[in-house]
Design a protein around this ligand. Structure first.
Ligand SMILES: NC(=O)c1ccc[n+]([C@@H]2O[C@H](COP(=O)([O-])OP(=O)(O)OC[C@H]3O[C@@H](n4cnc5c(N)ncnc54)[C@H](OP(=O)(O)O)[C@@H]3O)[C@@H](O)[C@H]2O)c1
Length: 333
């Protein structure tokens, strides 16, 4: 009998902070259930499973990847582990939603894409911002030409973490810490959504005691002379806003632009228009729902977060780090 699958059975790999957000997000999807959680520590997995009412838990990532009763894995570990663990899961036939940034460098992303193609599985970078309903609306506004020709983008993401533990994933070089990979990737990804790949990059950063960028500034220039001015910081809270300017108007994404729920659109000669689209759920539901639809339709890639674009973003971040002279251990593997 022909059976049409309607639900995707998820596994989460790595049970830290964001795993909890994703577990919460899944509760607000129509097509996903959390079936198993995997940790390096079985007790931790069992405790998480009990708290979130998940049927199964695994005490190793390998065990989770090998399970036959899981369709897709959400990789929620530090960036340093993304490529290795996504590859492990894909080699066991699992679709993978990999947290942002997709990996540490473009070489890793390239090998992940090849692995997805070889195994014929769906792979996507978890740039959840792109799936927010308001971001769908923003893309419509930009495409409509209502703001004229888009000329500039300003965007930033900075905050001061409570813990400045040098061994934590934000500051440790072995865990690929630093502001660009962790939060700079949001404004950088937004700049790709608005303008595509830059033709020229001007950048500088401040390297902290652990050797990772604690603050960075990026100026991108494009073939038709558009400009993006971007900033990331782990030293202080910034505006966390984005401002897109065209020849006929402007669009401001209010704080926090990386989880967009309110914009102000001002067209030349007209009153500003405020558009609010509060999340239904915690926001992670939108990327999970979209991923689920793709999976159930047999797709291997997302048109909203294409693999070539993830690769291109990482090539740009590699170029930026090269300008800074900042190398991660994974660059030398
Ligand atoms: N989309 C977003 O808004 C958002 C927000 C925050 C973070 N993130 C991304 O999500 C990923 C995880 O961030 P997080 O804040 O959840 O980190 P976290 O709280 O430190 O948790 C990461 C988990 O990864 C596992 N892990 C595997 N290898 C590890 C290692 N060598 N060192 C430490 N932990 C290791 C651990 O799980 P087990 O002990 O269970 O194995 C750990 O609990 C990062 O790539 C980050 O960029 C996304």
């Amino acid at each position: 009998m022909f059976f049409m699958q309607k639900q995707i059975r998820w596994g989460i790999l790595g049970l830290g902070r964001i795993a909890r957000s994703f577990a919460e997000g899944l509760k607000h999807t129509s097509n996903g259930t959390l079936h198993c959680v995997g940790s390096r520590d079985l007790n931790k997995a069992m405790t998480f499973a009990k708290e979130w009412k998940v049927a199964h838990s695994s005490g190793s990532y390998e065990e989770l990847a090998e399970r036959q009763d899981i369709d897709a894995v959400y990789v929620a570990t530090p960036h340093s582990e993304h490529a290795r663990l996504a590859t492990l899961c894909m080699n066991h036939g699992k679709a993978v939603l990999c947290e942002k940034p997709m990996a540490v460098n473009a070489l890793q992303v390239d090998s992940m894409i090849r692995c997805a193609k070889e195994n014929e599985v769906l792979l996507m970078e978890g740039m959840w911002t792109r799936f927010a309903p308001l971001m769908v609306e923003i893309r419509k506004i930009l495409r409509s030409g209502a703001l004229g020709e888009i000329k500039t983008l300003q965007a930033d993401f900075g905050f001061r973490p409570q813990s400045r533990d040098p061994n934590s994933r934000l500051f440790s070089k072995t865990l690929a810490g630093g502001s660009m990979l962790d939060i700079g990737v949001y404004p950088i990804s937004l700049s790709f959504m608005v303008f595509g790949k830059p033709s020229k990059i001007i950048t500088d950063c401040h390297l902290g005691e652990t050797g990772v960028d604690e603050q960075a500034a990026y100026v991108f220039k494009y073939p038709e002379n558009q400009m993006a001015v971007l900033h990331s910081s782990l030293q202080a809270e910034t505006a966390q806003e984005a401002f897109i300017s065209g020849t006929e108007g402007t669009l401001k994404i209010h704080k926090q632009c990386w989880r967009p729920q309110k914009i102000t659109v001002t067209k030349k000669g007209l009153e500003p228009e405020v558009i609010s689209m509060p999340f239904e759920g915690n926001g992670f539901n939108y990327e999970a729902e979209s991923f689920g639809k793709l999976f159930l339709a047999g797709e291997k890639e997302s048109p909203i977060m294409p693999l070539e674009e993830s690769l291109s973003i990482h090539q740009v971040m590699d170029e930026i780090r090269e300008k800074w002279g900042m190398v991660y251990p994974m660059d030398e593997e």
